[in-house]
Unconditional design. Structure first.
Lengths: 123, 189, 394
């Protein structure tokens, strides 16, 4: 991946952070490699990439096992934070961290915009 | 010339210590049901087991399987660095490791190492008859992308520990994909 | 869902399934004999009218000339420029070592790094509201900066996706080597091709060969020309209106045309009927032939340049049908799309279209339309049928 691709994706991630409630985001490959991230210090982005890819991959196989098609998104809700993982093309995922009680309407809309652009850029 | 002499000495030492000759170092304790090399317990299992690893992980986590297998490879690489390499060569030097690497990994059955090099910010390792690729190929047939995730994770951590630098490894040619050999490309981060 | 932006040119919108997706990169590629810029400019004007911003990169003439070109087509863009809705990236003045008054200026247009920096700066600065980038032209860029510049173009397209900038690049195919055309294939989502049709004198044609990264199967090709004022008009140079003596050809031509001329003596046409009609985005010339036998050689001449034929027959005179088929042959228009107009349906003894089909042995795929030319009844329907045949067969 060339530098401009990462730079462009980082710009898109930067825009996402302006949405109320979103604290960090990353684009990872579905097989667990980090493409670009906008995360705050403590998180080891590379490990996080492997974990979120696995979380999403397992969600897909689980849905497939019950013959329910493929997931539109994977949302993990916890005490202080939410993790939202959405496909960004056949090879990548957009993973967004949000504050726990963030209403998801606008967030999902912005995520949809972002994944559409990221998917085109990675084509 | 000095390097050639060093190389010759090392190889002589390896031969004398029997590292290259498995038959000399393999300790079979039939009564205990235990096999070891120089005290270190070993297990004989079919290399095809690696295909089972791939398959099981993929069954549960789908496309993210490489991430898990790489992580497993990385942790094995770390253990081999501290438990084997550092234990054998306390004064570990990159050149030494590069010199011994082909012999050692060929001996333990990973495959035939054709090339290993690490220079400036780039490097590569090339295997023929790579065990991981062969296991996947024999069990699942030809795949579309490189399959040696265990080795990828392993090599990344091993060389990062040896050199003290952070290396990013990716497999760019793979026998499981139909290529002539498995080639791992190293880029310094 | 992604919004599709209209190009403002009806035929292009049709071919592009409604328009261009916001953020796409479009290649407008032209044969060396065809000018692509009027399309670029008509598109720009239409987007400005919609409230979008326009960013115009030019490296082959001064921005003021572009303003004049647009005015000459009847697209008054000065007010948009005045309020910075239309902004130029001037990569031309630098070649003449002149200073520029434009918002974005490349001092040394053969320095690809400067061009790259200015382009990225412009894309980033303009991105409030929807921006459409028009690039005039890509081949000049390659000629001046070398083929490596295509990597920069690729980067611009990525930044454009991120910032919702829709880009259209004009390119003239001066026989560039395969590596260049192959590299361009990878950058552009959609491709509009402008060709020079050899069969018709001085006519250009357009087609869309790629939409959203997929090649278009069964490309449809449309001849067009530019008119001032107005811009792009689809063009079928000549429709031949032919048929036996007194079948009603002149009446048909007059009933269809917005303006028509006939030279008649004693109630019959002695030279050609000539008419012109603008219909459904097409700009058409109608030529009515003479019905009498001694003018047959003229038919041969005209037939060679016609693109479609309306064969008018008098439905009350079936005995003239052989003559009608003979005229068709004589005009050498077999192989051209044609329709049959069964005229004078109001008179007694008029034969139906099914009857005519049997008597004239007209193939099933040729439409026969019953008309009353004097009442203008169904004449436009017949023209539509011919246009449909024309579009389908091309």
């Amino acid at each position: 991946m060339t530098v401009p691709t990462r730079a462009v994706i980082e710009e898109i991630l930067g825009d996402l952070k302006k949405v109320g409630g979103i604290t960090a985001s990353a684009v990872v490959t579905r097989d667990g490699l980090l493409v670009a991230a906008d995360v705050i210090g403590e998180v080891d982005a590379e490990t996080f990439a492997a974990m979120t890819a696995t979380m999403t991959g397992a969600a897909e196989t689980a849905m497939s096992e019950i013959q329910a098609g493929s997931p539109d998104r994977v949302i993990v809700e916890g005490g202080t934070a939410k993790i939202i993982s959405v496909g960004a093309g056949p090879k990548a995922l957009l993973v967004v961290l949000a504050i726990s009680d963030t209403p998801l309407g606008l967030v999902l809309l912005k995520i949809g915009d972002a994944t559409r652009k990221i998917s085109k850029i990675l084509e | 010339m000095a390097i050639e002499k060093l190389k010759a000495n090392l190889i002589k030492q390896m031969l004398e210590k029997g590292v290259l000759d498995l038959k000399k170092v393999l300790e079979v304790e039939a009564k205990k049901g235990r096999i070891a090399i120089k005290g270190e317990r070993m297990l004989l299992t079919s290399s095809l087991g690696f295909a089972n690893l791939h398959g099981s992980v993929e069954k549960i986590t789908g496309k993210a399987a490489p991430a898990i297998i790489r992580t497993y490879g990385a942790s094995c690489g770390k253990r081999d660095f501290t438990g084997v390499w550092k234990a054998w060569l306390p004064d570990i030097k990159v050149e030494t490791v590069l010199l011994l690497f082909p012999a050692i990994y060929s001996t333990v059955g990973w495959g035939k190492v054709i090339d290993v090099s690490l220079k400036n910010d780039e490097g590569r390792v090339i295997f023929r008859n790579c065990f991981e690729a062969e296991a996947v190929l024999k069990t699942y047939g030809k795949r579309e992308s490189p399959q040696c995730h265990f080795i990828t994770g392993y090599l990344g951590v091993l060389f990062s520990e040896v050199t003290g630098r952070d290396w990013q490894v990716s497999e760019i040619n793979c026998e499981a994909k139909g290529d002539q050999y498995c080639e791992f490309s190293f880029k310094a981060r | 869902m992604v919004s599709r932006l209209s190009t403002g040119i009806r035929i292009l919108d049709d071919l592009l399934d409604g328009g261009i997706e916001k953020g796409s990169s479009v290649l407008l590629t032209a044969n060396p004999f065809v000018d692509a810029t009027p399309i670029l400019q008509e598109w720009l004007y239409s987007r400005l009218l919609q409230g979008d911003k326009g960013l115009y990169f030019v490296n082959n003439r001064p921005p003021d000339i572009i303003m004049k070109e647009m005015e000459s087509y009847g697209w008054p863009v000065a007010p948009y420029r005045d309020r910075n809705a239309l902004v130029f990236i001037d990569a031309y003045s630098g070649i003449l070592e002149l200073k520029s008054k434009e918002a974005f200026f490349v001092e040394n247009p053969v320095d690809s790094q400067q061009i790259n920096e200015t382009m990225l700066k412009a894309i980033k600065e303009m991105a409030n509201g929807d921006v459409n980038l028009f690039f005039d032209s890509l081949n000049t860029l390659i000629d001046q900066c070398g083929t490596g510049v295509l990597d920069d173009v690729k980067d611009w397209s990525k930044f454009s996706i991120a910032r919702d900038v829709t880009s259209i690049y004009a390119f003239t195919e001066w026989g560039y080597p395969h590596e260049i055309t192959a590299a361009m294939e990878k950058i552009f989502d959609s491709v509009i091709e402008l060709k020079a049709l050899r069969r018709i004198v001085a006519s250009e044609a357009l087609t869309v060969s790629k939409i959203k990264r997929t090649k278009v199967k069964d490309k449809r090709i449309f001849p067009f020309r530019y008119i001032k004022p107005g811009g792009l008009r689809l063009y079928i140079p000549k429709i031949l209106v032919t048929g036996p003596y007194n079948a009603g050809k002149t009446t048909v031509v007059h009933s269809l045309s917005t303006r028509a001329v006939s030279v008649q003596r004693m109630g019959t046409t002695v030279a050609l009927d000539f008419g012109h009609v603008d219909h459904k985005g097409f700009s058409l010339d109608l030529f009515g032939t003479i019905g009498q036998p001694r003018f047959d050689p003229i038919l041969d001449q005209l037939g060679g340049e016609a693109l479609g034929v309306m064969l008018v027959v008098d439905s009350t005179k079936p005995e003239e049908l052989p003559r009608a088929m003979e005229m068709m042959r004589k005009a050498r228009v077999h192989g051209l799309p044609y329709v049959v107009l069964a005229n004078k349906q109001d008179l007694s003894g008029a034969v139906s279209s099914e009857e005519l089909r049997k008597k004239m042995h007209v193939p099933d795929e040729i439409p026969i339309i019953e008309i009353i030319a004097t009442e203008k009844k169904n004449v436009t329907k017949a023209l539509d049928a011919l246009l449909e045949k024309f579009m389908g067969e091309k």
